[in-house]
Design a protein around this ligand. Structure first.
Ligand code: MTE
Length: 304
């Protein structure tokens, strides 16, 4: 039997979803036959209430899916139009480096080996805008378990797609491919998530479809989209934004309102949709779950 146990930080959909979104999703479900991920997602809508709340409404889907960052295509916020050209199937992910057996796995085979769930997370971009999104996917810890990294591996590195439809790859000054990484400890944290859907639908290309990582306590650039390779290593990776601007975008990139970006304050954030400005919280409000990860790293630049 498949038992869903909610953790302290989880919320039910009812607590945060505007009513019209729920209604839209019900009618979507009624007509859904082709989208195989849906039943397991919607089964979770009525699970018990828990005590951790995002404290803000879910962002309307139309805002979360039409205001994006995706530099492989271009640097405009309307990149969603161009991103539609990225084919979502077939899609494989290479697992390599320090693990028991390097291999390539097809996304649909991978999805058969994990338990999908829905999580409503806040997302905070380093540019000081924010959204709250119901992601569908599975804990990154499940992927670690399947990949079987060696005990000597210390980091998980995500490399993302470079496809001929991505015209931004021609820009000479970017250190392609887009690479991001976290420590094995961070990847094993309960909050670290692999997203393959949002708003109860397959993840759209502009939001990282068909597969991205979601790390809600870190600035959004750590959440790499369109993953094609996951490498286990004992060396801290040189990541895309850190190599572009180490004084502006660090490896750790944990959200902290008290530490300004060199060119702007991080004290508050603008909510997509309402444009309301709200105070930013340390670790994006997830400190209870993740602060302990950094207890022995006080000398590192953890917040930029
Ligand atoms: N992943 C790739 N491959 N390319 C990118 O340009 N941008 C990052 C991150 N992941 C980016 C990426 C940044 S800066 C942010 S804020 C988030 O994706 C934005 O995610 P969203 O478009 O789903 O809101």
């Amino acid at each position: 039997m498949h038992i869903i146990r909610r953790r302290a930080w989880e919320v039910t959909e009812r607590q945060v979803t505007p009513e019209h979104v729920v209604l839209n999703r019900r009618s979507l479900l009624a007509g859904a036959t082709a989208m195989t991920i849906l039943p397991s997602v919607f089964a979770r809508a009525d699970v018990p209430v828990t005590d951790f709340k995002p404290g803000r409404p879910v962002t309307e889907e139309k805002y979360a899916t039409t205001y994006n960052n995706y530099y492989e295509f271009n640097d405009t916020k309307t990149v969603w139009r161009d991103a539609q050209a990225l084919k979502q199937r077939p899609w494989t992910i290479r697992l390599d480096g320090m693990l028991k057996q390097p291999r390539t796995v097809g996304i649909d085979d991978l999805l058969k080996q994990v338990s999908l769930e829905e999580r409503i997370y806040r997302h905070r971009c380093v540019e000081a805008w924010a959204m709250t999104v119901p992601w569908t996917g599975f804990p990154l810890a499940q992927l670690l378990k399947l990949a079987e990294p060696l005990g000597s591996a210390k980091y998980v590195v995500f490399e993302t797609a470079q496809d001929k439809v991505m015209s931004g790859l021609d820009a000479p000054f970017y250190p392609w491919p887009y690479v991001e990484g976290v420590t094995i400890d961070e990847a094993s944290n309960d909050l670290a998530f692999i997203s393959t859907g949002m708003y109860g639908k397959p993840l759209p290309p502009q939001n990282g479809g068909p597969i991205r990582v979601t790390l809600p306590w870190k600035y959004g650039f750590k959440s790499a989209k369109a993953i094609v390779k996951i490498t286990f290593t004992d060396k801290r990776p040189s990541t895309f934004w850190e190599s572009l601007g180490p004084s502006e975008y660090g490896f750790w990139a944990n959200v902290n309102p008290a530490i300004s970006h060199p060119r702007w304050s991080q004290a508050s954030e603008r909510l997509l949709g309402s444009d309301e400005r709200v105070p930013t919280q340390i670790f994006n409000g997830y400190g209870e779950q993740v602060a302990a990860l950094y207890a022995d790293r006080k000398n590192e630049k953890l917040f930029m």
